[in-house]
Design a protein around this ligand. Structure first.
Ligand SMILES: [Zn+2]
Ligand SMILES: [Zn+2]
Length: 336
């Protein structure tokens, strides 16, 4: 089968062995219909975490073509999935840190979503695979996993109906965060450096979004909506500059949810956190419960996920990466 294999930080299309149930016995073989390109795929290439020979991609929409399972999935089911599975029976899991569970980190789909077929284990089928309503488009369904990540972040922040929430960074994941906040009934404000993204966000559930040109000016504008500052800040932008803005736009006692990696070793100062009683927390990857909410939100149309993606072929995956990096597009959907 064809797969996009990483070689010297570029994807090369290669013939690789198709996964087979002869080898794995239980689980399913899924024909990949398409797979979203995630910011984390690009980060893994750039920080060296992904190695030559790896097949990346985890935001998969696919169809079950072979199965041997105790679950009720069948051949022909269209599915989406979470690629990691927590064990639910370790210290991390007992304390709600599902995405830190060592089992979670060691499980994955094989070889990765940028391939014609993947193997999905029985454990995945029983906990993190969901059948998709056929009325959804493939692209809409592909937002299942990234929306799950946003839901996880919102759950971690433990906010309420009176909370004013600011999303810094209005890339596709920032936009989804606003949509998810709205779906829960919470108020979302946005901020970005690019006017097109500020304008776009208003169609996706944001009350108001701010264009960041001058930091002091934007803080002044924000005061009109959140006079003492925002209660929760979701940092989805991978720029160090965004950290400063987060500190300035947060009220004393606020929560800052870190939702992206940044290049440099740079962070919040101890005394900012101490004197202002700030809570700085990370949110990384969804639990099976967040995934369940995600599929509901997409199927019920509570979060708008259409109109964000550009379609690329597997052969054009490198172009999709460079278009994402240069902010030419919001989100790439790789159609197999
Ligand atoms: Zn992702
Ligand atoms: Zn566990």
């Amino acid at each position: 089968m064809r797969a996009a294999v990483l070689e010297n930080n570029k994807f090369v299309i290669k013939e690789v062995e198709k996964p087979s149930l002869d080898e794995y016995k239980t689980g399913a073989i899924v024909k990949v219909i398409g797979c979203g390109l995630c910011g984390s795929d690009i980060v893994k290439i750039n920080n060296g975490k992904a190695k030559d020979g790896d097949v990346l991609g985890h935001e998969v929409v696919g169809e079950i073509v072979e199965i041997n399972s105790e679950t009720n999935f069948e051949i022909g089911d269209k599915i989406v999935l979470g690629h990691h599975v927590p064990c639910f029976n370790c210290h991390y899991c007992w304390n709600g840190s599902y995405s830190m569970c060592r089992h979670f980190k060691s499980t994955n789909i094989i070889p990765g979503g940028f391939a014609e077929y993947i193997y999905v284990s029985e454990e995945h089928l029983s906990k993190t695979v969901f059948r998709v309503n056929l009325s959804l488009s493939d692209i809409e369904a592909s937002f299942f996993e990234p929306l799950g990540c946003c839901i996880r972040a919102i759950q971690r922040a433990d906010i309420n109906l009176h909370t004013k929430n600011l999303v810094i960074g209005l890339g596709s994941v920032g936009i989804l965060m606003g949509g998810a906040l709205k779906a829960f009934g919470y108020e979302a404000y946005g901020c970005d450096l690019k006017k097109e993204r500020v304008d776009l966000s208003l169609g996706y559930g944001f009350e108001k979004s701010f264009l960041l040109e001058d930091e002091n000016e934007v803080i002044k504008q924000m005061k009109e909506y959140a006079p003492i500052g925002f209660d929760t800040i979701f940092l989805t932008a991978g720029a160090t500059k965004a950290l400063n803005l987060a500190l300035k736009s947060a009220r004393d006692g606020a929560k800052i949810v870190v939702f992206s990696s940044i290049k440099d070793n740079y962070g919040f100062l101890n005394n900012h956190i101490y004197y202002r009683e700030l809570t700085v927390m990370g949110s990384y990857s969804p639990s099976p419960m967040d995934l369940e909410d995600s599929i509901k939100f997409i199927e019920q149309g509570k979060v708008k996920v259409s109109g964000l993606s550009k379609v690329y072929s597997l052969e054009n995956l490198n172009e999709a990466v460079s278009d994402t990096l240069s902010n030419k597009i919001m989100k790439a959907f790789i159609k197999l």
